[in-house]
Design a protein around this ligand. Structure first.
Ligand SMILES: NC(=O)c1ccc[n+]([C@@H]2O[C@H](COP(=O)([O-])OP(=O)(O)OC[C@H]3O[C@@H](n4cnc5c(N)ncnc54)[C@H](OP(=O)(O)O)[C@@H]3O)[C@@H](O)[C@H]2O)c1
Length: 260
């Protein structure tokens, strides 16, 4: 029970990596608040955690909406009296397209959810992490924008994922005075539902053909499971990482070293 009596807030906790992190943290004794836009999927995650004997609450909404994020943090603290762990994980791939074809609205949607959502989640959590005497924030970024720059059409997504890492490094220095750690997990190819929010358009117009040999992930030639990514989040969230802040952990089976 590495997180006994801790309170964790996870955005995008209804699916994929966020849901696996929510379940993993609940198993380690944390009480878990989560959000995502689709209420029924939030409820499924709450049911799963309660079915394990854990405690969870969900407040569905959009992480790009400041009022929603503020209300989510407030509801969490109202229910359990504190906040210790924050995982800004909610994200979309959005529209993958040539730069000249991406519309300003498409660009903004990706930035708003991935970057503004991270900022809002951390911003509203800080007073409560300070009140708890410290805490741990684990941002879910990506290999894209940090080690991989060769996925055609991913420009808005990659910029958003790079911004999350810079945000975490700035925040690590600023928040250290209150014993708040902030780190980043950069997953590679992971089996989740992210394909549902991925829209590729006209990528062939810009693609430079490349050939990867069979089995392009060096380690075990397979995607990560959500649980494997969640294990890294759990490590950074827990006291096992008590002196780790401002750093990234790549969970990608060396894909980015091979493909980057
Ligand atoms: N899967 C991969 O291969 C991979 C690789 C690298 C990084 N990542 C990162 O991992 C994170 C989690 O993605 P995933 O792969 O687990 O995808 P996923 O299964 O689609 O989960 C994404 C979660 O975020 C929520 N979400 C999306 N937009 C939201 C918004 N505006 N407000 C609130 N919640 C929102 C989704 O719920 P709703 O749609 O109902 O809102 C869902 O709960 C993302 O930041 C992604 O960039 C994934």
């Amino acid at each position: 029970m590495k997180l006994k009596d801790k309170v964790a807030l996870i955005t995008g906790g209804s699916s994929g990596i966020g849901r696996a992190a929510a379940v993993a943290m609940a198993r380690e004794g944390a009480k878990v608040a989560l959000t995502a836009r689709r209420a029924e999927r939030c409820q499924e995650a709450v049911d799963e955690i309660e079915g394990m004997g854990g405690e969870a609450l969900a407040l569905p909404g959009d992480v790009a909406d400041a009022e929603h994020v503020e209300a989510l943090v407030a509801a969490t603290v109202e229910r359990w009296g504190r906040l210790d762990i924050v995982v800004p994980n909610a994200g979309i791939n959005g529209v993958f397209a040539p730069i000249e074809d991406i519309t300003p609205a498409e660009w903004d949607q990706t930035q708003n959810i991935n970057v503004r959502g991270t900022f809002l989640t951390v911003k509203y959590a800080i007073p409560h992490l300070r009140a708890a005497g410290g805490g741990s924030i684990v941002v879910v970024s990506s290999v894209n924008g940090n080690r991989i720059f060769s996925n055609f059409g991913f420009t808005s997504y990659s910029c958003s994922k790079a911004a999350q890492v810079t945000f975490a490094k700035m925040a690590a220095v600023e928040l250290a005075q209150w014993d708040i750690r902030i780190n980043v997990v950069c997953p590679g190819w992971t089996k989740t539902s992210i394909g549902e929010n991925t829209f590729a358009r006209d990528i062939d117009k810009i693609k430079i053909p490349r050939e990867y040999p069979e089995g392009m992930v060096p380690l075990q030639q397979r995607p990560a499971s959500c649980e494997e990514v969640a294990n890294a989040i759990l490590f950074l969230a827990s006291n096992d990482a008590s002196y780790v802040t401002g750093t990234e952990i790549y969970v990608d089976g060396a894909l980015s070293l091979f493909q980057g």
